[in-house]
Design a binder for this molecule. Structure first.
Ligand code: PMP
Length: 427
């Protein structure tokens, strides 16, 4: 069977609405490598979009999931509960930033974690409105999509968004938007459009993910925390993409000197098993009435078992420090390439949540064509890369944190050769 043949069947069988980054049909994956059905080998710098931070098929995660599958795969925790669910909540309540009593809810996807964080915030405050940022990504459900700050493809043709959702610009110095401007926009919003006493929450990604890997400045986090405290607004940190050692800390919010009231998690939480969670101040999390939160699959036993193993592996293999080491090697290499590729206008990101941004030779206009060409060239040479950004002009690097040094070095050579090939072809 060939990738192209399946791809044709895919076009006939699967909705157009599901996007495709590659036509590489996977046969197996291990650590940071993937093999397709034609026997081609790839180095995976996508990790299933920041999910397998602990690598594909980590033996400890496979062992935990296998053991759980042999015991039971599903009872629904609301019907017949199991202890490892409670224990995982205890672990997250300890790990999530914030020196106060916390409680957790398990759900299945990132979008669902966001939905539930908003439900909890509304129940706890008795207020309806929510504020998010331009360029944000919070999921594809109605509230997730409404909070998302990018029209195409996420909102286009999907009709009315949820009411009482407001966006302000995210501060990105590279694009000329300062923290003062963002805070000014919030103050203007409160004067012109929205009574702050009606705001339940402000939701923020500590590093914007899909939006382009832009870290929130420390000053912004501080100012937002103060604004929230002044007006009784809850602060929600969406750590779905930043979580679980990716930024060099277990959670990206540990890189700041303020803490959120609620944290949403998914992706790296369970190493590829569908598990998501929200953890927050106990009194806030208790505001919803029994039965108001949860779901059939929320906290599925296989995901819970996987997540315990993920947390153990992050600790035992010192993956936070590994993220910092890998990230600094990658950034050094990118900076050296940048010296001769002026289209690469920025290299950034905490830990191993690193990205490079590409503009036209004028230095200002986004260059999605070059960005996409590098991604395609990387894939042709055996390196799976992802793009992101509101303008599609950012390459994000999300290899598993367990990638061995030799494979990492090989990947950096492929990356450099791919950029050079695209740059050479453009001359
Ligand atoms: N929030 C953030 C920050 C994300 O990166 C994502 C996924 N890219 C989501 C929410 C939605 O998660 P899911 O795709 O699991 O619904």
């Amino acid at each position: 069977m060939k990738n192209a043949e399946i791809s044709k069947r895919r076009d006939a069988a699967i909705s157009n609405g599901v996007g495709m980054q590659t036509q590489v049909y996977v046969e197996r994956a291990l650590g940071s490598e993937v093999w397709d059905i034609e026997g081609n080998r790839y180095i995976d710098f996508a990790a299933g979009i920041a999910v397998v931070n602990t690598g594909h098929c980590h033996p400890r995660i496979i062992e935990a999931v296998t053991k759980q599958a042999q015991a039971f795969t599903h009872t629904c925790h609301q019907v017949l509960p199991y202890e490892n669910y409670i224990h995982l909540a205890e672990r997250l309540n300890d790990l999530v930033p914030g020196d106060f009593a916390k409680k957790t809810v398990f759900v299945t996807t990132g979008a669902e974690a966001v939905e539930n964080a908003i439900k909890v915030a509304r129940a706890a405050t008795g207020r309806p409105a929510v504020i998010a940022f331009g360029g944000a990504f919070h999921g594809r459900t109605f509230m997730g999509m409404s909070l998302t700050g990018k029209v195409a493809p996420y909102k286009k043709n999907f009709g009315a968004m949820m009411p009482d959702v407001y966006h302000v610009p995210f501060p990105i110095e590279l694009h000329g938007t300062s923290v003062a401007e963002t805070m000014g926009a919030l103050h203007k919003l409160f004067k012109a459009d929205l009574d702050p006493d009606r705001v339940a929450a402000i939701i923020i990604e500590p590093v914007q993910g899909e939006g382009g890997f832009y870290p929130a400045p420390a000053e912004l986090m501080r100012d937002l925390r103060k604004l929230c405290d002044d007006h009784g607004i809850l602060m929600i940190a969406d750590e779905i993409q930043t979580g679980f050692a990716r930024t060099g800390r277990m959670f990206a919010m540990e890189n700041y000197d303020v803490v959120p009231d609620i944290t949403t998690m998914a992706k790296g939480l369970a190493g590829g098993l569908p598990l998501a969670a929200l953890t927050g101040r106990a009194e806030i999390m208790d505001a919803a009435q029994p039965g108001g939160l949860g779901g059939t699959y929320g906290g599925n036993p296989l995901g819970i078992a996987a997540s315990h193993a993920v947390l153990d592996v992050i600790e035992d293999e010192d993956l936070c420090n590994r993220a910092n080491a890998l990230g600094s090697r990658l950034k050094q290499r990118l900076e050296s390439i940048r010296a001769r590729v002026p289209e690469m206008v920025d290299v950034r990101g905490p830990g191993f949540m690193v990205a490079a941004e590409f503009n036209m030779p004028d230095g200002k206009t986004p260059n999605p064509d070059m960005t996409n060409a590098i991604r395609a060239e990387g894939l042709r040479r055996g390196l799976v890369l992802l793009t992101c950004g509101v303008y599609g002009n950012v390459i994000r690097f999300l290899a598993p944190l367990t990638i061995p040094d030799d494979i990492f070095a090989e990947a950096l050579d492929i990356l450099e050769a791919s950029i050079d090939a695209v740059k050479g072809a453009a001359k």
